[in-house]
Design a protein around this ligand. Structure first.
Ligand SMILES: *Cc1c(COP(=O)(O)O)cnc(C)c1O
Length: 431
């Protein structure tokens, strides 16, 4: 058995993992086409054809809707603005409550505040890392109007229970599919199962155009409102002649350059996913040999996008070694690993202070909401346990990493789990 790098032995991995990019000739060709046209954006905030943007934005929307299987796609400048527009599009109003998970990127819940509505946090479960339907049911009140379902790390949440619950209780579902682009549930793409769904195309996601977001929906009125919020809806709604409800907008428009890159990236989606799934299967096979390690589950009827690769530690089986020591040991072996993912969102200052706008206390104190909501520590025990003790997050399945790279990751985990007694004997100052 080889000596831990922390205890003076040779590290499993000495070379850095390759950075790489998935941007290539196809993106370059499309961008040059835009540059040659001289029209870097096609939008005008006037009622008429240019209200919907230029040819690449339209092409981008057509190709995402066709590939993923829904009637409408609305391209915006980010996933965050896509979430904000989607919540308006499904009818969320100031003072409404929207149920969200706390274990997600901050934008999943901030999008609720940006609509002057109140986030109510429900817990997740530790198999899919998605919302726990039982916790959601408990969080519903007569003020609840919608649910934001996050497909965390790229695995679909329990959609059939959540869809069923929401249809019984008359709630809209906005899927935050920022991390799950290309992942499927019962043969359908995540982002197309709810009332609306949102993809992110920021540079870290499965496919990217630097910054960008796509709203997916098969509800024409939701698509209309999302397009209004994207492009100064208040300035066009009179000429358009429709209902002004929730059409106040901003400038969340996608440029032709970004759309041209997004079109090229979508064509690579299947190949990029295939690569991630192959590396994930290889890694999970190895990590699954160790009783204390839980590789990411793939629930029946689901496919995973492996945006990130979560590993759960069964801390009872670690012989008194805690996650911090495991992380130190893996890092000493040359492995890039993050403990805990994100702090449960309700512990962040905006929720603890209960003021999203200045010091007014809005939306909690704005008068449209007179409910009760808790943001106390202990609110979502599963989330807090994963955050504090159990979860490790790897980004080992992305291109251009290959089999040899994930084998190094697996070797390092194996070395560390076989040396728990050595690790336990090291004092924190020696780690
Ligand atoms: C990345 C991400 C977002 C935000 O997307 P942007 O395009 O960066 O605005 C929202 N939710 C989740 C879960 C994300 O991972």
């Amino acid at each position: 058995m080889s000596t831990l790098a922390l205890a003076g032995g040779p590290a499993v991995r000495t070379r850095p993992f390759p950075a790489g990019t998935n941007i290539g000739e196809e993106e370059r060709r499309n961008v040059l086409d835009v540059l040659d046209s001289g029209a870097l954006s096609g939008f005008l905030a006037d009622w008429g054809d240019p209200f919907y943007g230029g040819p690449w934005v339209r092409e981008c929307e057509r190709s995402f809707a066709a590939k993923l299987g829904c009637d409408h796609a609305v391209a915006l400048n980010s996933g965050t603005t896509g979430l904000q527009a989607s919540l308006a599009a499904v009818g969320v109003e100031p003072g409404d409550e929207v149920i969200v998970p706390p274990y997600t990127m901050s934008a999943s819940a901030a999008a609720v505040l940006l609509n002057n509505a109140v986030p109510v946090f429900a817990d997740i479960e530790d198999e899919t890392y998605g919302l726990d339907p039982i916790s959601v049911e408990r969080a519903i009140s007569d003020r609840t109007s919608a649910l934001v379902v996050v497909h965390l790390f790229g695995h679909p949440a329990r959609m059939s229970s959540l869809l069923d619950l929401c249809s019984r209780r008359g709630l809209a579902i906005v899927e935050d599919a920022a991390q799950s682009v290309g992942a499927t549930y019962s043969g359908r793409y995540t982002g197309t199962l709810g009332t609306a769904g949102v993809l992110s195309l920021n540079r870290h996601k499965i496919i990217q155009c630097g910054e960008g977001g796509i709203v997916l929906t098969s509800d024409p009125s939701a698509a209309r409102i999302a397009a209004m919020v994207r492009n100064h809806g208040e300035a066009v709604v009179e000429d358009e002649g429709g209902d002004p409800f929730n059409t106040l907008g901003s400038n969340y428009r996608m440029t032709e350059l970004h759309a041209a890159i997004a079109v090229a990236q979508l064509e690579k989606l299947d190949r990029l996913l295939e690569h991630r799934r192959r590396l994930a299967a290889r890694l999970s096979k190895r990590l699954g040999e160790h009783a204390a390690l839980v590789p990411p589950a793939v629930v029946d009827g689901c496919t995973h996008s492996y945006y990130l690769y979560p590993v759960r530690l069964l801390t009872d089986l670690l012989d008194g070694v805690d996650r911090g020591a495991i992380v130190d040991a893996l890092r000493a072996e040359g492995i890039e690993v993050e403990p805990g993912y994100v702090k449960p969102l309700y512990l962040e200052p905006v929720y603890q202070r209960r003021s999203a706008r200045g010091n007014t206390g809005c939306p909690w104190a704005c008068g449209h909401w007179r409910g009760a909501v808790s943001y106390d520590a202990g609110l979502c025990p599963t989330t807090e346990r994963l955050y504090a003790d159990e979860l490790l997050v790897l980004d080992s399945c992305r291109a251009p990493l290959d089999d040899a790279d994930v084998d190094d990751v697996a070797d390092a985990f194996e070395k560390v789990t076989e040396n728990l007694d050595v690790l336990r004997a090291l004092r924190p100052s020696e780690r």
